[in-house]
Design a protein around this ligand. Structure first.
Ligand code: GLY
Ligand code: MN
Ligand code: MN
Length: 455
């Protein structure tokens, strides 16, 4: 089943050339002063149980600036008076550890294979950091990620306070570098877009396979296994976020991840699942009837959400405020629910964020930035006003309607009880039409009805 599905997908994209990382580093460092010091931290490995750790995922800023993915590492940029020096601290070579856990590039391998000037064992970080800190004035470090680095930096600042009169140097302020890096990450380069397209295409086919496998009596986790199995088969590192696979009333729970119920043929299944490729996330949601045919009530809701989604995608154009797709989707959803008699307010009243009835059935935003993080970085309202879309930005478009009959806070219309529909695509803003990276994933009623259960 997987070998047929993978046919026709683009061949695996190449790795990122070193020059791309160097250009990013230079662009970032050009914003700083020679007296600045930058520390890019990574999270520690997390214990799952006893001696088993969770699969490691390093910080997205580390991936963005050097592409280094191993645990126990830190990246430092310091200025030597004439130029910036990048210095990566890594796990040292250790034959016994490598026999058990896998090969390590070590410092020498890191220097040869990655775009950095210097590499040293992580065990020497403290000593180097003490020296770099004593010579800098502002430390650019994101605190709260590495307690070890936090305490070294803070104690250095403390020492400076005591010894300032003697030495006259040392850090005087802290700044979070992720703010500047986020601004860069918001606009994707051609290499990043290639990776995102690959993650999107593998994820699209995974959803299509789950549609084909759907049938009365299948369990949510069985559909999850097809989706996630294909993520891995397709050469990605697996899911970018825990898969949401909810049938019937579970489809009305926005981030349902229990995934253990048995599906009935007349229920809608909502699957929100995306793969991660080279660190880049895809984020797709599709909703379909398990038995392959929409009931009239399901069709009524589906058509409204699809219309909202298509109109919102059309609003993903250069120069539009980032929230225009959301406002477009809200209007289409509200108009549709007024037409069906589910909302008994005027359009203007229905859209009121405090008193409007739309929020009873549509309670989330229509999208978010997408990239190395599924909810990617980037300020939505710099200076308090909505950011305007630019070519190279990638965002999701994901309107939905959710009629949880189980909810005590609303009076759910019986005809639509436990229908949950979300349709989510990943959209690249271009100088031309919006480029839907996930367009391969079926979403019209005709396409879905033609596919579901066809395995
Ligand atoms: N998958 C989470 C979201 O759509 O935001
Ligand atoms: Mn999303
Ligand atoms: Mn999603």
């Amino acid at each position: 089943m997987f070998s047929d599905a993978v046919k026709g997908l683009p061949t695996e994209p190449k790795s990122v050339p070193k020059s791309v990382y160097l250009e990013r580093q230079q662009r970032f460092l050009s914003q700083l002063k020679p007296s600045d010091l930058v520390i890019i931290t990574t999270p520690s490995e997390a214990v799952r149980s006893n001696d088993v750790t969770y699969p490691y995922r390093t910080s997205s800023d580390m991936l963005y600036l050097v592409g280094w993915a191993d645990p126990e590492s830190a990246l430092i940029f310091h200025h030597d008076g004439s130029q910036w020096i990048s210095h990566l601290f890594v796990q040292p070579k250790d034959t016994l550890k490598e026999i058990w856990e896998g090969r390590r590039p070590g410092a020498e391998g890191a220097k040869l294979g990655w775009s950095i000037d210097e590499a040293t064992s992580i065990h020497e970080l403290e000593e180097h950091l003490d020296m770099f800190l004593s010579e800098c004035s502002t430390v650019h470090v994101r605190t709260g990620i590495s307690s070890v680095i936090d305490s070294i930096v803070l104690s250095s600042i403390e020492r400076r306070d005591r010894n300032r009169q003697h030495f006259g140097s040392g850090p005087v302020s802290l700044e979070d570098p992720s703010r500047r890096i986020a601004e860069m990450r918001l606009r994707k380069s051609p290499e990043e877009i290639e990776f995102m397209r690959h993650a999107a295409e593998i994820s699209s086919v995974a959803h299509e396979l789950a549609m084909r496998a759907s049938k009365d009596g299948i369990f949510e986790y069985q559909l999850q296994s097809i989706i996630e199995g294909f993520f891995v088969y397709g050469g990605t590192s697996g899911w970018a976020y825990p898969s949401i696979v909810g049938c019937g009333e579970n489809a009305t729970i926005l981030h349902y991840t229990v995934n253990e119920s048995k599906c009935k043929g007349d229920e809608i299944i909502l699957i929100d699942a995306g793969a991660e490729y080279k660190g880049y996330a895809a984020d797709i949601t599709r909703s379909w009837p398990i038995g392959g045919t929409f009931t009239d009530a399901q069709k009524e809701i589906y058509e409204i959400v699809l219309d909202a989604q298509e109109q919102a995608i059309a609003a993903c154009r250069v120069g539009n405020p980032y929230n225009q797709p959301h406002e477009v989707a809200r209007s289409v959803l509200a108009e549709g629910l007024i037409r069906l008699g589910i909302i008994n307010q005027s359009l203007e009243d229905a859209l009121d964020t405090q008193t409007g009835q739309l929020k009873n059935w549509y309670m989330h935003n229509t999208g978010h930035w997408l990239g190395l993080d599924v909810h990617d970085v980037g300020v939505y309202k710099p200076d308090g006003t909505p950011r305007l879309l630019e070519a190279g930005m990638v965002l999701t478009v994901e309107p939905g309607l959710y009629f949880g009959a189980w909810r005590p806070d609303v009076d759910c219309p019986e005809r639509y009880a436990n229908i949950g529909i979300r349709i989510e695509d990943d959209v690249l803003v271009t100088d031309d039409e919006p480029d839907v990276l996930t367009k391969r994933c079926p979403k019209t009623i005709a396409d879905i009805e033609g596919i579901v259960g066809s395995l």
